[in-house]
Design a protein around this ligand. Structure first.
Ligand code: PNS
Length: 158
């Protein structure tokens, strides 16, 4: 069974890594799908985000990383994936996630969403929090993989 773990990953956090590690044990092949959204101005380009995640998952043989544009269900279909993986941190995630998973299933009834409850230590964590802390020069060691810290710092120096 192939699963897709989609997101913006701008940048990848330890919370994302937790979901990747756990979900990759439940599917045969996990594709991390990085949304290349032309409408948004991310901190990192899609190529940079893909490269960072590839580095982070290099020891996980059944995990691939790709960027996608357009609808997630179309990407899932093109990858032969029947499962979408999402993490739920708190009740505040629920409404948005429910809406997305319902919409996705209406558009493609062959794709179902599986939710993983985020490990407690990451239940507050988001890429936005990482960027905010970084902007004020805060310590990022508990939020993102070590090599991502350098990349974030380098971006902010530009
Ligand atoms: O990390 P994020 O920003 O919470 O991820 C959101 C993502 C990428 C899963 C979502 O925006 C998405 O799937 N976008 C592609 C367009 C689409 O298919 N939307 C779903 C219909 S509501």
């Amino acid at each position: 069974m192939t699963g897709i773990y989609p997101g913006s990953f701008d940048p990848i956090t330890l919370g994302h890594m937790d979901i990747i590690k756990r979900s990759s044990k439940t599917v045969d092949r996990l594709i991390v799908g990085v949304l290349n959204n032309q409408g948004k101005t991310p901190m990192f380009t899609a190529e940079e985000r893909v490269a960072m995640i590839r580095e982070a998952v290099k020891d996980m043989p059944n995990v691939e990383v790709r960027s996608f544009e357009g609808l997630l269900v179309d990407f899932a279909r093109s990858m032969g994936a029947s499962i979408i993986v999402r993490g739920l941190r708190a009740i505040t995630d629920f409404e948005y996630e429910l809406q997305m998973s319902q919409t996705n299933r209406i558009m493609n009834k062959d794709v179902d969403t599986i939710f993983f409850t985020t490990s407690l230590e990451y239940s507050y964590l988001s890429s936005s929090v990482v960027k905010e802390v970084a902007m004020f020069d805060g310590d990022l060691t508990q939020f993102v993989p070590p090599f991502v810290i350098e990349k974030v710092r380098a971006k902010l120096k530009k």
